[in-house]
Ligand binder design. Structure first.
Ligand code: ADP
Length: 401
């Protein structure tokens, strides 16, 4: 079956994976995608192969993986069983934080891993899990190159005024900066837009609206500003995260309500956003289907923040030639797209209602100044492409070129 790459995205209680074949075109071809969820709790394994087949398994009792190592063993076992003869030649990892240092993907050698550990305090909820996934993969695939692809790297092109806070410089020096996240998604979309509409990458805003949600302003295909900041809490309201908040609120919580850092973190990351505001769900489909006034309010707030950030980012780019909606909500919710763009004719943004209803690729009215796209993002594909390049793998198509 030839050479293959595995991509891994290890979270606190899940490992997402994909298998790519290096067999034809210039890019790796995805042949399977899946995840183990609920590690240490009630684990479930789900995978889908390119032929459309789906597999779902639940693990109970002694069979339940309690660690990332054990979850990865399940994934590797399934891959070996389902794709016998697939030779794994490299593993690509999604790593949340590349700190101020890494602006590109890198081979995960021991010295690099040591540096990545030092970024742990910058992303305590994510980085340790990413590193656990890398360690588990190192054991499972000894001697095979592993590549780290950072969610922050794409934003390292932002100018100082966009990645600093108004604090004394010592904080900037020690890494207290706006890093932005979802970088692999933005990089993928920037590439697709450059192919589809080369002139539009000059000035555009990409809206990645999923369970985690953010927006990014691009100039000439490079990130110049983003709504997520030092942490993935900033900017838009999300499934369970609050989005932008006045730091004075945190002081109030600590000083007046006596809340601990752990309690505040739990509130801001897990009990706020769509879930916290609505009291119904973190899932946009549930909110759209709900009659509860608080669900409506949560959606209203979600949209209002997107519109406000859109205005701000358009001011950074000096107007836009294109907007791109992506992520689970951006790709699928015609209501959120329509509400986001309502009354934006002043900015040259005119929605084609029929195209939006039909989920066409272009949903702006023909001949209007700003072309609005709906595109599916593919972070795994981006990791696989970086992995081929950084691990210096040669696909048959590249060898022929
Ligand atoms: P993640 O950030 O976890 O990758 P996704 O990009 O998959 O999340 O987005 C998940 C979100 O997309 C959920 O809020 C879900 O409700 C929403 N979503 C998916 N399909 C639809 C749909 N048809 N209409 C509205 N929202 C949708």
């Amino acid at each position: 079956m030839g050479d293959h790459i595995v991509t891994l995205n290890a979270g606190s209680s899940s490992i997402k994976f994909a298998l790519f074949a290096l067999d034809g075109g210039p890019w790796p071809r995805q042949v399977a995608i899946g995840q183990v969820e609920g590690i240490g709790v009630a684990p479930e394994f789900e995978a889908k192969v390119a032929t459309g087949d789906k597999v779902k398994r639940r693990f109970e009792g002694a069979a339940a993986p309690k660690t990332h190592d054990a979850a990865l063993e399940i994934i590797i076992g399934w891959l070996a069983e389902t794709f016998p003869g697939a030779k794994i030649v490299a593993v690509g990892h999604r790593v949340v934080h590349g700190g101020p240092l890494y602006s590109a993907p890198i081979l995960l050698e021991p010295a690099v891993l040591k540096v990545l550990e030092t970024f742990g305090p910058l992303a305590p909820l994510h980085q340790p899990h990413n590193l656990a996934g890398i360690a588990a993969a190192g054991k499972a695939f000894p001697g095979i190159p592993q590549v780290g692809c950072f969610d922050t790297a794409f934003h390292r092109t932002q100018p100082f005024v966009q990645d600093t806070f108004g604090l004394p410089p010592q904080y900037y020096e020690e890494g207290v900066r706006r890093y932005g996240f979802h970088g692999l998604s933005y990089e993928y979309i920037a590439g697709r837009l450059a192919e589809r509409d080369p002139a539009a990458v000059r000035r555009c805003v990409v809206l990645h609206l999923g369970n985690g949600a953010s927006m990014c302003a691009l100039r000439d295909g490079q990130s110049v500003a983003s709504t997520m900041g030092f942490s993935p809490l900033d900017g838009l309201a999300m499934g369970t995260r609050c989005g932008q908040i006045d730091p004075g609120v945190l002081l109030y919580m600590m000083q007046q309500k006596g809340m601990t850092a752990a309690e505040i973190s739990d509130l801001l990351y897990k009990k706020s956003g769509l879930k916290g505001m609505s009291g119904v769900s973190s899932d946009m489909r549930d909110l759209e289907a709900s009659d509860a006034p608080a669900a409506k309010q949560a959606i209203d707030y979600f949209v209002a923040r997107i519109r406000r950030e859109l205005g701000a980012l358009m001011a950074v780019t000096g107007g836009v030639d294109a907007l791109v909606f992506t992520g689970g909500i951006g790709s699928n919710s015609k209501t959120i797209r329509a509400r986001t763009l309502e009354g934006m004719e002043w900015a040259g943004i005119v929605l084609d209602r029929a195209a939006n209803e039909a989920r066409a690729e272009v949903i702006s009215a023909p001949g209007t100044p700003v072309t609005v796209y709906v595109m599916q993002t593919d972070e795994e594909a981006m990791i696989a492409r970086h992995t081929v390049r950084v691990a210096k793998l040669v696909t048959p198509a590249l060898a022929d070129a």
